[in-house]
Each structure stands twice: as structure tokens, then as C-alpha cells.
Design a protein around this ligand. Structure first.
Ligand SMILES: Nc1ncnc2c1ncn2[C@@H]1O[C@H](COP(=O)(O)OP(=O)(O)OP(=O)(O)O)[C@@H](O)[C@H]1O
Length: 354
């Protein structure tokens, strides 16, 4: 089922939680809603689910404006960060719950319920836990059961609000690839709230980046990572070095730098104060022998080896920046702490300073 929201506006007192949000999600996608705490992600999910009402705007599910459709009738499955399993019910009964409370004429027979619940428990690979109570499960298992319970009523849309947020990093990582596989099998249109950019980049077909109740950018993970449209998206997604300076006809000149980086001259459509961004892996390092001029002069301050790559902290008149290169490339440079280098950005994005 496709999900469209148009011009959604939601205020809590003086605070604007959703500010003219318009989004269009094609059916069957796994979409991550990504943004810092308080940017309106949960509010957007709750409005789509019918648990909260917008002050203005429209929610259209599969072509139908659902303004007059109650939460129960929207065929939306919801999984929250904190497992909302019923503590006094077994795993089996938790998953069966949504089927048992259906109106009598829609309620499946007991044998169909049994079959369906076991099928769902197999799908989340926890059939062997069906007689346990929630307190006898790990956090990751509880979230998988919560998902099985949400799936029991055959929702057309799945809304997941930081479903793995309360779990430790390792379990979280396992569950995110598990969720991806599950989605590939089921293809239910899914909105997945997270404030973890790595999670969004790894799992989603499409990412919506939100900030202060507004949509900053929508695109594939690759697109939002490689082509951030705003300085906020650049900083929020992935590591980024930020340089303050000025743009003029010669290019970008970082504060305190002796010469400009001219490579960006053509791509900057403005002049004046600017913020320039470069990812650590997009910085090439050269000995500061004057041969490479299109960069900034810095000194090596600290070197950290992380698995196959090396993170180099560099300090110059424009502050501290980081470069990341593979071990071999670093070794070949034969540099030591304190040595001078020219750091040349392979990709630099400039935005007008606000
Ligand atoms: N019922 C409410 N009454 C008043 N303010 C609210 C209410 N619900 C949410 N807010 C406020 O609206 C803003 C957006 O909240 P929301 O829960 O949507 O953010 P979020 O992006 O999901 O954040 P988090 O990642 O921390 O869960 C927050 O500042 C929050 O305090």
C-alpha cells in the first residue's frame, strides 16, 4: 500500500512538531525516517497510524484519504521501541491477540489461529519459544515477537518506531539485517524510525532526513550520503570535516589558509562566507613540498589504526580535521607526528554560511 502525506502540520502548544511535511512512499518500500531527537519522527508515524491527529494536511493510504478512518481500521501494524508485549500472556497468546479480538464475523477459527501464529513464529525464527512468557525472553527476541504480533493482522503498512533502540549494539546489528531479509520476503510498505544513521544507510531502500519538523532530504542511502543537499544532512549522515571560510572567484579559502582550493570554484553558485564539508575518506594527503597546492596545509597530530584503515588527525590554522586512508597508503607516505602535509579534498561541498 502506498503512503502519501501532504502538507502535514502539527503543533503541541507553541511547539511545531511537523512543519508542512509532504512525502510520497511507493508501495513495498522499506523507508527509514532519520533525524535527531525531537525532530518529529514519532509524531509523523503516529499521525499516519491515526494515533494522533494533524492540525492540517492529509494522510492518504493506498489512494484513500484516511481522515475519517480510525486507527483500528487503517490496517497499520505498529512496533515501538519498548516492547509492548502483554506480560501475563505467553508468546503464542501475544501473537494470537490481534486475531482473537477481531469482531466475531472476521475472527478466524481456533485451528486457523494456531496455524497462523506458528507460521509467524517460524517467520521470525522463534517458534521454539511459543510457550514462554515475555520476561523469559531476551530484548532482541521480544522485539521479534512484537513484530510477529504486528504482522498477525496482515497490516498493509508497518510502522516501526526505533524497534531496536533499546538493544545493545551487536544485537541491533543482527536484527537490522534480519529485518531487511524479512522485508525482502514480505514487501510490506514499512516506515522505520531511527536516529542511527548507520542503521538507516544499511537497511533502507530510501531515507527521509528530518530536522525541526521539516523534511531536509529524501533519497536512496547512496544519494543522501554522496549528495547531501544541506549542511545539516552533510553533518548528520556520516563523518564530515567542516571548514569555515570564504568563497570567491578563485574558489574556497579556509580561514587562516594561505591559498584557495580552486576545484570548487565552478560548483559554488555564491560568494561570501561559507561552510565547506569534506568526508575523511575524501581527503588525499601529500607531503607539504609545495607540489600539491589545491588543498590546505596541516600538521599530523595523531594517528589511530582502526582495522584496515588509518585515521589521521591533522591540525592547521583552520582547526583540526580528520583523514581516513587505508594502511598501505598511509605507510607509503612515510609521515610522522608533527610532519607537515597538504590535505587535498577529492570532493568538497560548500554551503553559504547561515
Ligand atoms: N503529546 C505531546 N505533547 C507535547 N509535546 C509533544 C507531544 N508529543 C511530542 N511532543 C514534542 O514534539 C517534538 C517531536 O517529538 P517526536 O516524538 O515526534 O520526536 P522524535 O523525532 O521521534 O524524537 P525521538 O528520537 O527523541 O523519539 C518533541 O519536541 C516533543 O517534545
Amino acid at each position: 500500500m502506498s503512503i502519501i502525506v501532504r502538507n502535514l502540520q502539527k503543533r503541541f502548544g507553541d511547539f511545531t512538531a511537523l512543519d508542512n511535511v509532504t512525502l510520497d512512499f511507493p508501495a513495498g518500500e522499506l523507508v527509514a525516517l532519520l533525524g535527531p531527537s525531537g525532530c518529529g519522527k514519532t509524531t509523523l508515524l503516529r499521525v499516519i497510524a491515526g494515533l494522533e491527529f494533524a492540525d492540517a494536511g492529509q494522510v492518504v493510504l493506498h489512494g484513500e484519504d484516511v481522515a475519517a478512518v480510525g486507527a483500528r481500521e487503517r490496517q497499520v501494524g505498529f512496533v515501538f521501541q519498548h516492547y509492548a508485549l502483554f506480560r501475563h500472556m505467553t508468546v503464542f497468546e501475544n501473537v494470537a491477540f490481534g486475531l482473537r479480538v477481531k469482531p466475531r464475523r472476521e475472527r478466524p477459527s481456533e485451528s486457523v489461529i494456531r496455524e497462523k501464529v506458528h507460521e509467524l513464529l517460524k517467520l521470525v525464527q522463534l517458534d521454539w519459544l511459543s510457550e514462554r512468557f515475555p520476561s523469559e525472553l531476551s530484548g532482541g527476541q521480544r522485539q521479534r515477537i512484537a513484530l510477529a504480533r504486528a504482522l498477525a493482522v496482515e497490516p498493509k503498512v508497518l510502522l516501526l518506531d526505533e524497534p531496536f533502540g533499546a538493544l545493545d549494539a551487536k544485537v541491533r546489528k543482527e536484527l537490522r539485517s534480519w529485518l531487511r531479509r524479512l522485508h525482502d520476503d514480505l514487501h510490506i510498505s514499512t516506515l522505520f524510525v531511527t536516529h542511527d544513521q548507520e542503521e538507516a544507510l544499511e537497511v533502507a531502500d530510501r531515507i527521509v532526513v528530518m530536522n525541526h519538523g521539516r523534511v531536509e532530504q529524501v533519497g536512496s542511502p547512496q544519494d543522501v550520503y554522496d549528495h547531501p543537499q544541506t549542511s545539516f544532512v552533510y553533518e548528520f549522515l556520516g563523518a564530515a570535516n567542516r571548514l569555515q571560510g570564504n568563497v570567491d572567484a578563485n574558489g574556497f579559502i579556509a580561514d587562516g589558509a594561505a591559498s584557495p582550493i580552486s576545484a570548487i570554484a565552478a560548483s559554488a553558485h555564491f560568494s561570501g562566507r561559507a561552510l565547506a564539508y569534506v568526508r575523511p575518506h575524501d581527503l588525499a594527503l601529500y607531503p607539504a613540498d609545495g607540489a600539491h597546492r589545491d588543498g590546505i596545509t596541516v600538521g599530523v597530530r595523531r594517528v589511530v589504526t582502526l582495522g584496515g584503515s588509518v585515521r589521521v588527525e591533522l591540525e592547521g590554522s583552520s582547526g583540526v580535521i580528520e583523514a581516513e586512508l587505508d594502511r598501505e597508503a598511509w605507510r607509503a607516505l612515510k609521515l610522522d607526528i608533527g610532519d607537515g602535509v597538504t590535505a587535498v579534498p577529492r570532493a568538497l561541498r560548500v554551503f553559504p554560511a547561515q
